[in-house]
Design a protein around this ligand. Sequence first.
Ligand SMILES: Cc1cc2nc3c(=O)[nH]c(=O)nc-3n(C[C@H](O)[C@H](O)[C@H](O)COP(=O)(O)OP(=O)(O)OC[C@H]3O[C@@H](n4cnc5c(N)ncnc54)[C@H](O)[C@@H]3O)c2cc1C
Length: 380
Amino acid sequence: MEFDVVIIGAGASGVMCGSVIKDKRVAIIDSGAKIAKKIMVTGNGRCNLTNANVTSEFYNTNIDRFLKRFDEKKTLEFFKKLGLVTYSDEEGRVYPISNSAKSVVDVLNFGLKENVSSFLNEKVSKVERIGGEFIVQTEKNTIRAKVLVVATGGNSSQILNQLGVKHREFAPSLVSFKSDGTRDLNGVRLSNVLVKARNNFGEEKSERGEVLFRENGLSGIVIFNLSTIFARRGDFFGEVEIDVLPDIPLEKLTKMLAKRKELSIRLDKFFVGMFQNAVANEIFKQSKMNTNVLSTKLTEQDLLKLAKTIKGLRFKIIGHLENNQVFSGGVPLEELDENLMSKEIPNLYFIGEIVDVDGVCGGYNLQWAWTSGHIVGECL
Ligand SMILES: Cc1cc2nc3c(=O)[nH]c(=O)nc-3n(C[C@H](O)[C@H](O)[C@H](O)COP(=O)(O)OP(=O)(O)OC[C@H]3O[C@@H](n4cnc5c(N)ncnc54)[C@H](O)[C@@H]3O)c2cc1C
């Protein structure tokens, strides 16, 4: 079968691209049974499709030149024209007003016109370029076109290797940390804490918000965002430090604890009314203090040590858990021209997560999918 353009991957970026291409015969191929199936799970089923404030600072690399051509405002206009009604929350995260990701998928389906033929349930097993033409092999069909757009998402090394395209190794990002020091805190949720992560390359990143403890690690949006400094190095070893009371300076906290000392209670009850039991136990454990004594025995040094631990609970990071939201890595922007076409292989384009662009939580990754998909669709 012959087409003008073949898009491999009917995810966010591929569908955006396909819906923008006019007056060309387009084939869009996906191994899934439906288009944009991953969108259904985004934003906990609500689809945080973009953010009211998108700039390069939320990504691993500068994408200003692409955002200038198709930013969050243009994205919202695009979706509005298709009938999608949206709202944004206090952090600028944009969702469909239905709070259902299906609304986004439905309008994307409207956007695909008759010039686009979908080949679903067809996994691409081989891609070749012979005589200036791309030959895309699925289990059922051989599809040929002069132009190929690869929109297969993260972890797409196989296709990149087949095409001989240079890329950075893919590594899970926006992912929970694995730790062997969190077992006793399993199920605890700490809100409004300040978390600092440090990787083994001396890089640090801090975020404020909520942390969820699991038996084997730490999770939550703050942790996902901090995981980017590990993913971008492809190395998940380091440490997190949690300031449990970031609004109370160390000195003030030490004085507060000195007053509590006068309660004359056993240390295992010292933090009752202040921290959950599991957190209190962890503070004593990390302070290396015996709780089998009365608070009146606490010295000034002990109080300072406890205050320091509260302002810096430490956990070793020894890897990541499953279920990452995106992959870091892929085709570097330096390998692509201003229209995201390969500088080495003419008429070969890359869009979405397969490009080495990854953002933090908040709608930034889908925004890159819309931006890159639209730019390529428009230039074809
Ligand atoms: C649980 C979860 C929640 C998320 N929530 C958000 C959110 O709220 N906001 C946000 O901005 N981002 C979110 N993301 C990230 C976002 O989903 C991705 O950044 C985005 O989907 C990337 O779009 P894409 O088009 O590059 O790839 P994808 O959407 O992954 O699409 C790639 C498509 O290619 C197809 N494909 C791959 N290989 C082949 C092959 N060999 N043959 C045929 N087809 C193939 C796949 O089936 C898939 O449909 C979330 C991700 C996850 C996993």
